[in-house]
Design a protein around this ligand. Structure first.
Ligand code: UD1
Length: 421
């Protein structure tokens, strides 16, 4: 099984190109189902989640050619089978994003319930309630969501909490519903704004994507599209944290600075210099690393997807930082692994107290989820001796060739083949 071996404490310097955003590409791939023609995506990252989505689209009956950074979803030639099996959904929760497009276009769908995952229970009640408001009949049987509808009808939907996937699923469904929908208390992530742009290219009238209230004028039919995906703010933020941790000077090409404001603010407070340089962003740290407190929140707050990486950074700060996780109930799985590397962290409920130490020591550690894996890689980069990160399939879900990108800026890091789990 693949693992990542790191020999730490080398400052990073050079250039890294940020890939396309996973969390933007996944809903956009699902949006291709809304039209019968051939759609083309560009700047798609080469990730396991993209392959899983392509397998899912293939299962549904839409041939997908993945040749990243290009992906082509071919026109509908055979009748689509509106069914997402457990086997695929369990590999990637975002598979539930086919639900909205399938119900809207085919009037029925059978999609496996995603179930919980390492970081929390993650229900989809808001997705289902919203679809019911648009006129779908929903039942849950034998672990599957069964949805049926005639033509969906526009409606006003108020989310109880801002949910990224829920907002996306309902935007896609509403784009083919009859009449006007208003979605209230929406998630405001940049990836939602991006989906709004794509739906507009398809001919839907979407206003307000990226704000709390989205208006959508549904259409009878939508057009296929050609679209280049925005850059991955979380990948960029992860590299910023890595450079902040190791020290050094790295130019991040295509880093989406505007989408990263809450992260950049905290990194700057920690003593990391981050400056725009043309189309790129220069990240540097020369002085000491200062402790900074962080509380995760829906966008434009500090993203939960950067919490683990920020914690790895804070293990080396000169003092105590307090990190509070408010989005997922179980997102401190990286803590025991960081502790095994010598980090001083205590947790109480959803808060972690991190006391910076002078050095971490390399160890064999286990990745538990995607962002936890990235935090272990950062910890490995600042640890003396050798770190082996196991279960890197988590990392491969969301980081394109991370070991190659880091090796190119001077890290001693490689992928190895290890016996055992
Ligand atoms: C997306 C991102 C993920 C990120 C998360 C929060 C993708 C593919 N994934 O996940 O990387 O960590 O946003 O920024 O874009 N909830 C409910 N009921 C629902 C839906 C959600 O209670 O119907 C809860 C969840 O359990 C969680 C919170 O709402 O506590 C936010 O979840 P949500 O925004 O839906 O996350 P995802 O779309 O799954």
């Amino acid at each position: 099984m693949d693992a990542i071996r790191i020999r730490g404490t080398k400052p990073l310097s050079g250039k890294i190109t940020v890939s396309g955003a996973k969390n933007a590409a996944l809903p956009i791939l699902c949006a291709t189902l809304l039209s019968e023609g051939e759609s083309r995506l560009r700047n798609v990252p080469g990730l396991r989640d993209i392959k899983t989505t392509s397998a899912l689209l293939g299962f549904l009956g839409r041939d997908t050619q993945v040749n990243t950074p290009d992906v082509i979803v071919s026109a509908e030639t055979t009748p689509v089978r509106p069914m997402a099996p457990y086997e695929l959904v369990r590999q990637m929760r975002a598979s539930v994003l086919v639900l909205g497009p399938l119900v809207a276009r085919y009037g029925k769908a059978k999609v496996s319930l995603p179930g919980g995952c390492a970081i929390g229970a993650r229900p989809v009640d808001q997705h289902l309630r919203g679809l019911e408001a648009l006129g779908a009949k929903i039942a849950v049987e034998h672990g599957y969501i069964l949805a049926e509808a005639g033509r969906l009808r526009g409606a006003e939907i108020v989310f109880d909490i801002p949910t990224v996937g829920g907002t996306e699923n309902l935007m896609m469904a509403a784009a083919l519903a009859k009449g006007r929908s208003t979605l209230v208390n929406c998630a405001r992530e940049p990836e939602i704004e991006e989906l709004g742009r794509v739906l507009n290219k398809m001919g839907a009238q979407v206003e307000g994507a990226g704000t709390a209230v989205i208006h959508i004028h549904g259409k009878d039919e939508l057009e296929p599209f050609d679209h280049a995906v925005i850059a991955d703010r979380i990948e960029a933020g992860t590299f910023m944290a890595a450079v902040g941790a190791t020290g050094g000077d790295v130019l991040l090409e295509h880093a989406p600075l505007d989408d990263l404001e809450p992260v950049v603010m905290k990194l700057r407070q920690a003593g990391i210099e981050i400056e725009r340089e043309g189309q790129a962003v220069r990240v540097r740290r020369q002085g000491a690393l200062r402790p900074v407190d962080v509380t995760t929140a829906p966008h434009p707050g500090f993203p939960t997807d950067m919490q683990a990486q920020f914690m790895a950074l804070m293990t080396r700060a000169e003092g105590r930082s307090v990190l509070t996780e408010t989005i997922f109930e179980n997102r401190f799985m990286h803590v025991p692994e960081l502790q095994r590397m010598g980090a001083r962290i205590e947790t109480r409920n959803n808060t972690a107290f991190v006391e910076g130490v002078d050095t971490l020591s390399g160890a064999s550690v286990m990745a538990t989820d995607l962002r936890a894996s990235a935090s272990l890689v950062i910890a490995g980069l600042i640890s003396g001796g050798e770190t082996i990160v196991r279960r890197v399939y988590h990392l491969d879900r969301g980081y394109e060739a991370i070991e190659k990108k880091l090796a190119a800026v001077g890290a001693d890091i490689e992928r190895i083949d290890l016996e055992g789990p």
